[in-house]
Design a protein around this ligand. Structure first.
Ligand code: SF4
Length: 63
């Protein structure tokens, strides 16, 4: 199963990923996004959309 990861150094906390894919991404107490949820068949497409939308390319797939 794929999993997403957010580079905490790169994230600017815009919130776009959490809006697009709230099952996987949320904004943490440091105002950065974190990938807290599992990527499933149901949300994989929106996870990819979040990756493509992130303005600073902070999200990537993990092996
Ligand atoms: S879209 Fe990118 S910059 Fe914006 S909160 Fe998500 S990871 Fe951070």
């Amino acid at each position: 199963m794929k999993q997403a990861t957010v580079d905490q150094q790169e994230c600017v906390g815009c919130g776009a990923c959490a809006e697009i894919d709230p099952e996987v991404f949320r904004i943490n107490d440091d105002d950065k996004a974190e990938a807290y949820g599992k990527v499933t068949d149901a949300n994989e497409e929106s996870t990819q959309e979040a990756i493509d939308t992130c303005p600073v390319s902070a999200i990537s797939w993990e092996d």
